[in-house]
Design a protein around this ligand. Structure first.
Ligand SMILES: Cc1cc2nc3c(=O)[nH]c(=O)nc-3n(C[C@H](O)[C@H](O)[C@H](O)COP(=O)(O)OP(=O)(O)OC[C@H]3O[C@@H](n4cnc5c(N)ncnc54)[C@H](O)[C@@H]3O)c2cc1C
Length: 491
Protein backbone atom coordinates (compact mmCIF):
# COMPACT_ATOMS: atom_id res chain seq x y z
CA UNK A 1 0.00 0.00 0.00
CA UNK A 2 1.40 3.42 -0.99
CA UNK A 3 2.39 5.67 1.93
CA UNK A 4 3.19 9.34 2.54
CA UNK A 5 4.53 10.44 5.89
CA UNK A 6 3.61 13.54 7.88
CA UNK A 7 4.81 12.69 11.40
CA UNK A 8 8.14 10.99 11.85
CA UNK A 9 9.18 9.64 15.25
CA UNK A 10 12.85 8.85 15.88
CA UNK A 11 13.41 6.38 18.72
CA UNK A 12 16.78 6.88 20.44
CA UNK A 13 19.13 9.75 21.17
CA UNK A 14 22.54 8.25 20.38
CA UNK A 15 24.58 9.22 17.31
CA UNK A 16 22.13 7.38 15.06
CA UNK A 17 19.04 9.12 16.47
CA UNK A 18 20.41 12.65 16.48
CA UNK A 19 22.16 12.30 13.11
CA UNK A 20 18.87 11.12 11.59
CA UNK A 21 16.76 13.79 13.31
CA UNK A 22 19.18 16.57 12.33
CA UNK A 23 19.27 15.43 8.70
CA UNK A 24 15.46 15.19 8.53
CA UNK A 25 14.99 18.63 10.14
CA UNK A 26 17.56 20.16 7.76
CA UNK A 27 15.87 18.67 4.71
CA UNK A 28 12.21 19.21 5.57
CA UNK A 29 12.46 22.56 7.42
CA UNK A 30 9.25 22.13 9.40
CA UNK A 31 7.17 20.64 6.55
CA UNK A 32 7.11 17.28 8.37
CA UNK A 33 6.70 16.90 12.13
CA UNK A 34 9.80 15.26 13.66
CA UNK A 35 9.90 14.03 17.24
CA UNK A 36 12.78 12.23 18.96
CA UNK A 37 12.11 10.05 21.98
CA UNK A 38 14.95 8.93 24.22
CA UNK A 39 15.46 7.71 27.73
CA UNK A 40 18.18 9.43 29.70
CA UNK A 41 18.00 6.59 32.24
CA UNK A 42 18.96 4.05 29.62
CA UNK A 43 21.57 6.36 28.09
CA UNK A 44 23.57 5.88 24.91
CA UNK A 45 26.35 3.44 24.09
CA UNK A 46 28.87 6.32 24.06
CA UNK A 47 31.59 4.58 22.03
CA UNK A 48 32.27 5.22 18.37
CA UNK A 49 35.13 7.63 18.40
CA UNK A 50 36.81 6.89 15.10
CA UNK A 51 35.17 7.74 11.80
CA UNK A 52 35.35 7.43 8.06
CA UNK A 53 35.80 10.44 5.67
CA UNK A 54 32.09 10.41 4.82
CA UNK A 55 31.39 12.06 8.19
CA UNK A 56 32.67 15.30 6.64
CA UNK A 57 30.05 15.06 3.95
CA UNK A 58 27.35 14.59 6.59
CA UNK A 59 28.60 17.59 8.57
CA UNK A 60 28.70 19.68 5.40
CA UNK A 61 25.16 18.73 4.39
CA UNK A 62 23.71 19.69 7.75
CA UNK A 63 25.85 22.86 7.84
CA UNK A 64 28.29 22.08 10.66
CA UNK A 65 31.42 24.22 10.83
CA UNK A 66 34.56 22.10 11.25
CA UNK A 67 36.21 24.21 13.97
CA UNK A 68 33.00 24.43 15.99
CA UNK A 69 32.53 20.68 15.67
CA UNK A 70 36.12 19.88 16.73
CA UNK A 71 35.80 22.22 19.73
CA UNK A 72 32.49 20.71 20.82
CA UNK A 73 33.64 17.09 20.56
CA UNK A 74 37.33 17.25 21.54
CA UNK A 75 37.91 16.08 17.99
CA UNK A 76 41.19 15.38 16.20
CA UNK A 77 42.07 14.61 12.58
CA UNK A 78 42.36 11.06 11.30
CA UNK A 79 44.38 10.08 8.21
CA UNK A 80 43.77 6.37 8.49
CA UNK A 81 44.45 3.31 10.62
CA UNK A 82 47.80 1.80 11.57
CA UNK A 83 47.57 -1.96 11.91
CA UNK A 84 50.12 -3.61 14.18
CA UNK A 85 50.81 -7.36 14.30
CA UNK A 86 48.06 -8.42 11.88
CA UNK A 87 50.29 -10.19 9.36
CA UNK A 88 52.93 -11.35 11.84
CA UNK A 89 54.10 -10.14 15.23
CA UNK A 90 56.27 -7.06 14.70
CA UNK A 91 54.90 -6.17 11.24
CA UNK A 92 52.68 -3.14 10.69
CA UNK A 93 50.98 -1.29 7.83
CA UNK A 94 48.83 1.74 7.26
CA UNK A 95 45.43 1.99 5.62
CA UNK A 96 44.91 5.53 4.47
CA UNK A 97 41.84 7.01 2.82
CA UNK A 98 44.11 8.52 0.20
CA UNK A 99 45.27 7.09 -3.07
CA UNK A 100 48.77 6.08 -3.98
CA UNK A 101 49.11 8.54 -6.83
CA UNK A 102 49.38 7.84 -10.55
CA UNK A 103 52.12 5.36 -10.00
CA UNK A 104 49.64 2.89 -8.64
CA UNK A 105 46.78 3.77 -10.91
CA UNK A 106 47.59 0.53 -12.68
CA UNK A 107 47.94 -2.86 -11.10
CA UNK A 108 50.70 -3.59 -13.56
CA UNK A 109 52.99 -1.02 -12.04
CA UNK A 110 52.03 -2.13 -8.63
CA UNK A 111 52.89 -5.73 -9.45
CA UNK A 112 56.17 -4.44 -10.79
CA UNK A 113 56.82 -2.87 -7.45
CA UNK A 114 56.42 -6.27 -5.98
CA UNK A 115 58.72 -7.90 -8.51
CA UNK A 116 61.42 -5.51 -7.44
CA UNK A 117 61.25 -7.15 -4.06
CA UNK A 118 59.24 -4.34 -2.49
CA UNK A 119 62.19 -2.00 -2.55
CA UNK A 120 60.19 0.29 -0.29
CA UNK A 121 56.90 -0.19 1.51
CA UNK A 122 53.89 0.95 -0.49
CA UNK A 123 53.05 3.59 2.12
CA UNK A 124 56.15 5.63 1.26
CA UNK A 125 54.54 6.40 -2.08
CA UNK A 126 51.47 7.85 -0.43
CA UNK A 127 51.37 11.42 0.95
CA UNK A 128 48.80 10.92 3.77
CA UNK A 129 50.59 7.77 4.97
CA UNK A 130 53.90 9.63 5.21
CA UNK A 131 52.10 12.51 6.97
CA UNK A 132 50.66 10.06 9.48
CA UNK A 133 54.01 8.42 10.15
CA UNK A 134 55.60 11.82 10.75
CA UNK A 135 52.69 12.95 12.97
CA UNK A 136 51.87 15.82 10.62
CA UNK A 137 48.60 17.19 9.33
CA UNK A 138 47.55 19.93 6.91
CA UNK A 139 44.16 20.38 5.34
CA UNK A 140 44.04 19.13 1.73
CA UNK A 141 44.81 21.62 -1.03
CA UNK A 142 45.24 21.74 -4.81
CA UNK A 143 48.78 20.40 -4.36
CA UNK A 144 47.99 17.72 -1.78
CA UNK A 145 44.62 16.06 -2.24
CA UNK A 146 43.59 13.33 0.14
CA UNK A 147 40.65 12.28 2.27
CA UNK A 148 40.55 12.56 6.02
CA UNK A 149 38.18 11.83 8.89
CA UNK A 150 37.99 12.58 12.62
CA UNK A 151 38.29 11.06 16.05
CA UNK A 152 35.78 12.52 18.48
CA UNK A 153 33.88 12.01 21.71
CA UNK A 154 30.66 10.21 20.72
CA UNK A 155 28.71 11.48 23.73
CA UNK A 156 29.66 15.07 22.94
CA UNK A 157 28.81 14.57 19.27
CA UNK A 158 25.29 13.37 20.15
CA UNK A 159 24.86 16.38 22.49
CA UNK A 160 26.12 18.78 19.80
CA UNK A 161 23.65 17.39 17.26
CA UNK A 162 20.81 17.45 19.81
CA UNK A 163 21.22 21.20 20.18
CA UNK A 164 21.27 21.66 16.42
CA UNK A 165 18.25 19.43 15.82
CA UNK A 166 16.17 21.15 18.50
CA UNK A 167 17.09 24.56 17.04
CA UNK A 168 15.81 23.25 13.70
CA UNK A 169 12.45 22.28 15.12
CA UNK A 170 12.83 18.68 16.30
CA UNK A 171 10.57 17.97 19.26
CA UNK A 172 12.54 16.29 22.04
CA UNK A 173 10.68 13.89 24.31
CA UNK A 174 12.36 12.22 27.25
CA UNK A 175 10.88 9.03 28.58
CA UNK A 176 11.26 5.28 28.63
CA UNK A 177 9.22 3.40 26.03
CA UNK A 178 7.48 0.51 27.78
CA UNK A 179 5.12 -0.67 25.08
CA UNK A 180 4.80 -0.51 21.31
CA UNK A 181 1.20 -0.32 20.02
CA UNK A 182 0.74 -2.02 16.66
CA UNK A 183 -1.47 -1.26 13.64
CA UNK A 184 -3.68 -3.84 12.03
CA UNK A 185 -1.21 -4.23 9.13
CA UNK A 186 1.64 -5.13 11.53
CA UNK A 187 3.26 -1.66 11.57
CA UNK A 188 3.69 0.56 14.61
CA UNK A 189 0.88 2.91 15.66
CA UNK A 190 2.28 4.54 18.82
CA UNK A 191 4.81 4.30 21.63
CA UNK A 192 3.68 4.07 25.23
CA UNK A 193 5.98 5.86 27.70
CA UNK A 194 6.44 4.85 31.34
CA UNK A 195 4.69 8.01 32.62
CA UNK A 196 1.56 7.28 30.60
CA UNK A 197 2.27 9.56 27.62
CA UNK A 198 1.67 8.18 24.15
CA UNK A 199 3.69 9.18 21.10
CA UNK A 200 1.99 8.67 17.75
CA UNK A 201 3.50 8.83 14.31
CA UNK A 202 3.15 7.43 10.81
CA UNK A 203 6.83 6.59 10.25
CA UNK A 204 9.10 5.34 13.06
CA UNK A 205 12.88 5.38 12.81
CA UNK A 206 14.33 2.79 15.16
CA UNK A 207 17.63 4.15 16.52
CA UNK A 208 17.30 2.33 19.83
CA UNK A 209 20.77 0.75 19.71
CA UNK A 210 21.44 -2.95 20.30
CA UNK A 211 17.99 -3.26 21.91
CA UNK A 212 16.37 -2.85 18.48
CA UNK A 213 13.14 -1.99 20.24
CA UNK A 214 10.91 -1.69 17.19
CA UNK A 215 12.41 -3.75 14.36
CA UNK A 216 13.88 -6.52 16.52
CA UNK A 217 11.65 -6.68 19.61
CA UNK A 218 8.26 -5.53 18.33
CA UNK A 219 8.39 -6.65 14.67
CA UNK A 220 10.62 -9.68 15.32
CA UNK A 221 12.68 -9.17 12.17
CA UNK A 222 15.22 -12.06 11.99
CA UNK A 223 18.94 -11.40 12.52
CA UNK A 224 21.49 -12.42 9.87
CA UNK A 225 24.41 -13.64 11.97
CA UNK A 226 27.99 -13.06 10.69
CA UNK A 227 29.78 -14.34 13.77
CA UNK A 228 31.16 -17.44 11.98
CA UNK A 229 33.22 -14.98 9.90
CA UNK A 230 33.57 -12.12 12.36
CA UNK A 231 33.84 -13.96 15.68
CA UNK A 232 34.45 -10.96 17.97
CA UNK A 233 31.54 -10.50 20.34
CA UNK A 234 32.68 -8.20 23.11
CA UNK A 235 34.78 -5.18 23.92
CA UNK A 236 36.31 -3.56 26.97
CA UNK A 237 36.49 0.22 26.57
CA UNK A 238 38.48 2.56 28.78
CA UNK A 239 39.54 6.19 28.31
CA UNK A 240 42.87 7.28 29.74
CA UNK A 241 44.88 10.47 30.23
CA UNK A 242 46.86 11.64 27.25
CA UNK A 243 50.55 10.91 27.53
CA UNK A 244 52.88 13.55 26.09
CA UNK A 245 52.24 16.39 23.71
CA UNK A 246 51.98 14.39 20.51
CA UNK A 247 48.54 13.66 19.06
CA UNK A 248 48.83 10.98 16.41
CA UNK A 249 46.66 11.75 13.38
CA UNK A 250 45.51 8.14 13.08
CA UNK A 251 43.79 5.28 14.85
CA UNK A 252 45.85 2.28 15.94
CA UNK A 253 44.57 -1.27 15.81
CA UNK A 254 46.83 -3.91 17.35
CA UNK A 255 46.09 -7.61 16.89
CA UNK A 256 46.19 -9.49 20.20
CA UNK A 257 45.76 -13.10 21.28
CA UNK A 258 41.94 -13.21 21.18
CA UNK A 259 41.03 -10.02 19.29
CA UNK A 260 42.51 -6.58 18.76
CA UNK A 261 42.98 -3.32 20.65
CA UNK A 262 42.15 0.21 19.53
CA UNK A 263 43.91 3.42 20.46
CA UNK A 264 42.15 6.64 19.53
CA UNK A 265 43.70 10.04 20.35
CA UNK A 266 41.34 12.90 21.24
CA UNK A 267 42.36 16.41 22.28
CA UNK A 268 41.83 15.78 26.01
CA UNK A 269 42.31 12.02 26.38
CA UNK A 270 43.06 8.76 24.61
CA UNK A 271 40.38 6.16 23.98
CA UNK A 272 41.44 2.54 24.44
CA UNK A 273 39.48 -0.60 23.83
CA UNK A 274 39.95 -4.33 23.39
CA UNK A 275 37.59 -6.03 20.97
CA UNK A 276 37.69 -9.77 21.60
CA UNK A 277 36.02 -13.07 20.85
CA UNK A 278 34.82 -14.82 23.99
CA UNK A 279 35.18 -18.10 22.06
CA UNK A 280 38.92 -17.57 22.05
CA UNK A 281 39.75 -15.58 25.16
CA UNK A 282 38.34 -15.33 28.64
CA UNK A 283 36.54 -12.02 29.36
CA UNK A 284 38.70 -11.26 32.44
CA UNK A 285 41.90 -11.97 30.57
CA UNK A 286 40.74 -9.61 27.81
CA UNK A 287 40.23 -6.91 30.46
CA UNK A 288 43.71 -7.47 31.91
CA UNK A 289 45.22 -7.22 28.44
CA UNK A 290 43.50 -3.89 27.88
CA UNK A 291 44.64 -2.46 31.22
CA UNK A 292 48.22 -3.52 30.49
CA UNK A 293 48.16 -1.51 27.26
CA UNK A 294 46.92 1.85 28.59
CA UNK A 295 49.48 4.58 27.96
CA UNK A 296 48.13 6.92 30.64
CA UNK A 297 46.18 6.93 33.89
CA UNK A 298 42.69 5.41 33.39
CA UNK A 299 39.91 7.99 33.61
CA UNK A 300 37.15 5.46 34.31
CA UNK A 301 36.59 1.81 35.09
CA UNK A 302 36.76 -0.35 31.94
CA UNK A 303 33.29 -0.88 30.51
CA UNK A 304 32.18 -4.19 28.97
CA UNK A 305 30.05 -4.15 25.81
CA UNK A 306 28.61 -7.31 24.23
CA UNK A 307 27.36 -7.74 20.66
CA UNK A 308 26.80 -10.18 17.82
CA UNK A 309 28.10 -9.26 14.37
CA UNK A 310 25.47 -9.22 11.65
CA UNK A 311 22.32 -7.31 10.73
CA UNK A 312 18.54 -7.53 10.64
CA UNK A 313 17.37 -9.32 7.51
CA UNK A 314 15.36 -6.28 6.43
CA UNK A 315 15.94 -2.72 7.52
CA UNK A 316 12.61 -1.13 6.56
CA UNK A 317 9.51 -3.16 7.44
CA UNK A 318 5.98 -1.66 7.32
CA UNK A 319 6.45 1.83 8.80
CA UNK A 320 9.61 1.06 10.77
CA UNK A 321 13.09 1.95 9.44
CA UNK A 322 16.08 0.85 11.44
CA UNK A 323 19.26 2.96 11.50
CA UNK A 324 22.39 2.49 13.63
CA UNK A 325 23.09 -0.39 15.98
CA UNK A 326 19.42 -1.41 15.98
CA UNK A 327 19.91 -2.46 12.34
CA UNK A 328 23.19 -4.31 12.83
CA UNK A 329 26.84 -4.12 13.73
CA UNK A 330 29.89 -5.52 11.99
CA UNK A 331 32.66 -4.63 14.40
CA UNK A 332 34.63 -1.42 14.86
CA UNK A 333 37.85 -2.43 13.03
CA UNK A 334 37.38 -0.01 10.11
CA UNK A 335 35.20 2.51 11.99
CA UNK A 336 32.26 1.90 9.70
CA UNK A 337 29.24 2.14 12.02
CA UNK A 338 28.76 5.88 11.74
CA UNK A 339 29.30 5.52 8.00
CA UNK A 340 26.51 2.90 7.94
CA UNK A 341 24.28 5.31 9.87
CA UNK A 342 24.92 7.90 7.20
CA UNK A 343 24.25 5.35 4.51
CA UNK A 344 20.89 4.55 6.11
CA UNK A 345 20.04 8.25 6.35
CA UNK A 346 20.96 8.80 2.69
CA UNK A 347 18.72 5.91 1.59
CA UNK A 348 15.90 7.20 3.77
CA UNK A 349 16.22 10.71 2.35
CA UNK A 350 16.28 9.39 -1.19
CA UNK A 351 13.02 7.54 -0.50
CA UNK A 352 11.29 10.39 1.36
CA UNK A 353 12.13 12.98 -1.25
CA UNK A 354 10.79 11.11 -4.27
CA UNK A 355 7.69 13.31 -3.96
CA UNK A 356 5.36 10.33 -4.37
CA UNK A 357 3.81 7.84 -1.98
CA UNK A 358 6.17 4.93 -1.27
CA UNK A 359 5.26 1.33 -1.94
CA UNK A 360 6.66 -2.15 -1.35
CA UNK A 361 9.16 -1.75 -4.19
CA UNK A 362 10.72 1.28 -2.52
CA UNK A 363 11.11 -0.70 0.67
CA UNK A 364 12.58 -3.68 -1.18
CA UNK A 365 15.11 -1.39 -2.89
CA UNK A 366 16.09 0.11 0.45
CA UNK A 367 16.49 -3.30 2.06
CA UNK A 368 18.41 -4.85 -0.80
CA UNK A 369 20.90 -1.96 -1.01
CA UNK A 370 21.47 -1.81 2.75
CA UNK A 371 22.02 -5.59 3.02
CA UNK A 372 24.53 -5.54 0.18
CA UNK A 373 26.40 -2.62 1.78
CA UNK A 374 26.72 -4.63 4.99
CA UNK A 375 27.99 -7.63 3.05
CA UNK A 376 30.63 -5.60 1.17
CA UNK A 377 31.99 -4.06 4.37
CA UNK A 378 31.85 -7.46 6.08
CA UNK A 379 34.09 -8.89 3.32
CA UNK A 380 36.52 -6.00 3.62
CA UNK A 381 36.84 -6.50 7.37
CA UNK A 382 37.32 -10.26 6.99
CA UNK A 383 40.16 -9.50 4.56
CA UNK A 384 42.16 -8.03 7.47
CA UNK A 385 41.92 -11.32 9.34
CA UNK A 386 41.99 -14.09 6.76
CA UNK A 387 45.36 -13.15 5.21
CA UNK A 388 47.21 -13.43 8.52
CA UNK A 389 50.28 -15.62 8.90
CA UNK A 390 49.83 -15.70 12.66
CA UNK A 391 49.25 -19.13 14.13
CA UNK A 392 50.17 -18.29 17.72
CA UNK A 393 46.66 -18.51 19.16
CA UNK A 394 43.39 -20.22 18.44
CA UNK A 395 41.70 -17.09 17.07
CA UNK A 396 44.36 -16.59 14.40
CA UNK A 397 44.45 -20.26 13.46
CA UNK A 398 40.67 -20.12 13.07
CA UNK A 399 40.48 -16.99 10.88
CA UNK A 400 43.40 -18.13 8.69
CA UNK A 401 41.66 -21.35 7.77
CA UNK A 402 37.94 -20.59 7.98
CA UNK A 403 35.70 -20.87 4.93
CA UNK A 404 35.14 -17.41 3.42
CA UNK A 405 31.96 -15.84 2.05
CA UNK A 406 31.71 -16.68 -1.67
CA UNK A 407 31.87 -13.01 -2.63
CA UNK A 408 35.20 -12.58 -0.83
CA UNK A 409 36.65 -15.90 -2.02
CA UNK A 410 35.94 -14.81 -5.61
CA UNK A 411 37.68 -11.46 -5.11
CA UNK A 412 40.72 -13.13 -3.57
CA UNK A 413 40.93 -15.60 -6.44
CA UNK A 414 40.80 -12.78 -9.01
CA UNK A 415 43.49 -10.85 -7.21
CA UNK A 416 45.79 -13.81 -6.67
CA UNK A 417 45.32 -15.19 -10.14
CA UNK A 418 45.18 -12.09 -12.31
CA UNK A 419 45.99 -9.01 -10.24
CA UNK A 420 42.41 -7.79 -10.65
CA UNK A 421 40.80 -5.75 -7.88
CA UNK A 422 37.21 -6.69 -8.55
CA UNK A 423 34.48 -4.28 -7.40
CA UNK A 424 30.81 -5.04 -6.79
CA UNK A 425 28.04 -2.49 -6.30
CA UNK A 426 27.31 -0.91 -2.89
CA UNK A 427 31.00 -1.00 -1.99
CA UNK A 428 31.98 0.67 1.27
CA UNK A 429 35.68 0.76 0.34
CA UNK A 430 37.19 1.46 -3.06
CA UNK A 431 39.95 -0.49 -4.83
CA UNK A 432 42.68 1.63 -3.22
CA UNK A 433 41.60 0.46 0.20
CA UNK A 434 41.59 -3.16 -0.90
CA UNK A 435 45.05 -2.59 -2.37
CA UNK A 436 46.30 -1.14 0.93
CA UNK A 437 45.20 -4.25 2.86
CA UNK A 438 46.58 -6.69 0.25
CA UNK A 439 49.89 -4.80 0.32
CA UNK A 440 49.93 -4.54 4.10
CA UNK A 441 49.27 -8.25 4.41
CA UNK A 442 51.98 -9.04 1.83
CA UNK A 443 49.44 -10.65 -0.48
CA UNK A 444 50.37 -10.34 -4.14
CA UNK A 445 49.18 -11.63 -7.51
CA UNK A 446 50.85 -14.85 -8.56
CA UNK A 447 50.80 -13.96 -12.24
CA UNK A 448 53.21 -11.40 -13.58
CA UNK A 449 51.86 -9.09 -16.24
CA UNK A 450 53.92 -9.57 -19.46
CA UNK A 451 54.09 -5.77 -19.87
CA UNK A 452 56.26 -5.59 -16.78
CA UNK A 453 59.08 -7.47 -18.45
CA UNK A 454 59.28 -4.64 -20.99
CA UNK A 455 59.90 -1.98 -18.33
CA UNK A 456 63.53 -1.77 -17.22
CA UNK A 457 63.46 -2.54 -13.50
CA UNK A 458 66.32 -0.19 -12.67
CA UNK A 459 64.54 2.80 -14.18
CA UNK A 460 61.29 2.03 -12.41
CA UNK A 461 63.08 1.54 -9.12
CA UNK A 462 64.73 4.91 -9.48
CA UNK A 463 61.41 6.55 -10.29
CA UNK A 464 59.89 5.05 -7.15
CA UNK A 465 62.82 6.14 -5.01
CA UNK A 466 62.72 9.67 -6.43
CA UNK A 467 59.03 9.89 -5.74
CA UNK A 468 59.22 8.67 -2.15
CA UNK A 469 62.13 11.06 -1.44
CA UNK A 470 60.15 13.99 -2.81
CA UNK A 471 57.10 13.00 -0.74
CA UNK A 472 59.14 12.65 2.46
CA UNK A 473 60.81 16.04 1.89
CA UNK A 474 57.55 17.87 1.24
CA UNK A 475 55.85 16.26 4.26
CA UNK A 476 58.75 17.30 6.51
CA UNK A 477 57.84 20.92 5.82
CA UNK A 478 54.25 20.42 7.00
CA UNK A 479 53.14 21.38 10.52
CA UNK A 480 52.62 18.79 13.22
CA UNK A 481 49.06 17.58 13.77
CA UNK A 482 48.70 19.36 17.10
CA UNK A 483 49.85 22.70 15.57
CA UNK A 484 47.24 22.52 12.81
CA UNK A 485 44.64 21.52 15.37
CA UNK A 486 45.49 24.48 17.61
CA UNK A 487 45.33 26.82 14.67
CA UNK A 488 41.93 25.51 13.54
CA UNK A 489 40.60 25.67 17.11
CA UNK A 490 41.91 29.23 17.46
CA UNK A 491 44.06 28.40 20.50
C1 LIG B 1 32.92 -1.62 21.11
C2 LIG B 1 32.36 -0.68 20.10
C3 LIG B 1 33.21 0.23 19.47
C4 LIG B 1 32.70 1.10 18.49
N1 LIG B 1 33.55 1.93 17.84
C5 LIG B 1 33.09 2.66 16.79
C6 LIG B 1 33.95 3.49 16.05
O1 LIG B 1 35.13 3.64 16.34
N2 LIG B 1 33.42 4.16 15.00
C7 LIG B 1 32.11 4.07 14.65
O2 LIG B 1 31.69 4.66 13.66
N3 LIG B 1 31.27 3.33 15.39
C8 LIG B 1 31.72 2.63 16.43
N4 LIG B 1 30.85 1.87 17.15
C9 LIG B 1 29.44 1.94 16.87
C10 LIG B 1 28.86 3.22 17.45
O3 LIG B 1 29.02 3.22 18.86
C11 LIG B 1 27.39 3.33 17.12
O4 LIG B 1 27.18 3.07 15.77
C12 LIG B 1 26.87 4.72 17.38
O5 LIG B 1 27.21 5.16 18.66
C13 LIG B 1 25.38 4.78 17.24
O6 LIG B 1 24.74 4.12 18.27
P1 LIG B 1 23.16 4.15 18.27
O7 LIG B 1 22.74 5.56 18.23
O8 LIG B 1 22.66 3.23 17.22
O9 LIG B 1 22.79 3.48 19.67
P2 LIG B 1 22.90 4.06 21.19
O10 LIG B 1 23.98 5.06 21.33
O11 LIG B 1 22.93 2.86 22.06
O12 LIG B 1 21.53 4.82 21.40
C14 LIG B 1 20.33 4.14 21.66
C15 LIG B 1 19.28 5.13 22.13
O13 LIG B 1 18.04 4.47 22.26
C16 LIG B 1 17.45 4.86 23.47
N5 LIG B 1 16.56 3.81 23.96
C17 LIG B 1 16.78 2.49 24.00
N6 LIG B 1 15.73 1.86 24.58
C18 LIG B 1 14.83 2.82 24.88
C19 LIG B 1 13.56 2.82 25.50
N7 LIG B 1 12.99 1.70 25.95
N8 LIG B 1 12.92 3.98 25.66
C20 LIG B 1 13.47 5.16 25.23
N9 LIG B 1 14.67 5.22 24.64
C21 LIG B 1 15.35 4.06 24.47
C22 LIG B 1 18.63 5.08 24.40
O14 LIG B 1 18.26 5.89 25.50
C23 LIG B 1 19.58 5.78 23.48
O15 LIG B 1 19.29 7.16 23.43
C24 LIG B 1 31.33 1.04 18.17
C25 LIG B 1 30.49 0.16 18.83
C26 LIG B 1 30.99 -0.70 19.79
C27 LIG B 1 30.06 -1.66 20.47
Amino acid sequence: MAQKYERIVVVGGGSAGWMTATALATEFKGRIGIELVESEDIGIIGVGEATFPSIREYNRLVGIDEAEFLRATNGTYKLGIRFHDWLELGRDYFHTFGHFGNLFGSQTLWAQHRRMGLAEPLGQQCVPTVMAMQGRFVLPSEQAQFKYAYHFDAVQYAAFLRQLAIQRGVRHTQGRIVEVARRADGGVAALQLDDGRRVEGDLFIDCSGFRSLLLGDALQEPFVDFSHWLPVDGAWACPCERSGEEIKPYTEATALEGGWAWRIPLQNRTGHGHVFSSRFIDVDRAREQLLARLDGKPLAEPRLLRFTTGHRQRFWVHNVVSIGLSSGFLEPLESTSIYLIQDGIARLMAALTTGRPLDENDLALFNDGAARRFARIRDFIILHYCLTRRRDSELWRHVATMELPETLAFRLALWRGYGVLHEYDEEGFDATSWLAIHAGMDHWPERQDPVIAEIPAERALQALKGRSKAIAASVERMPLHRSTLRQVLGQ
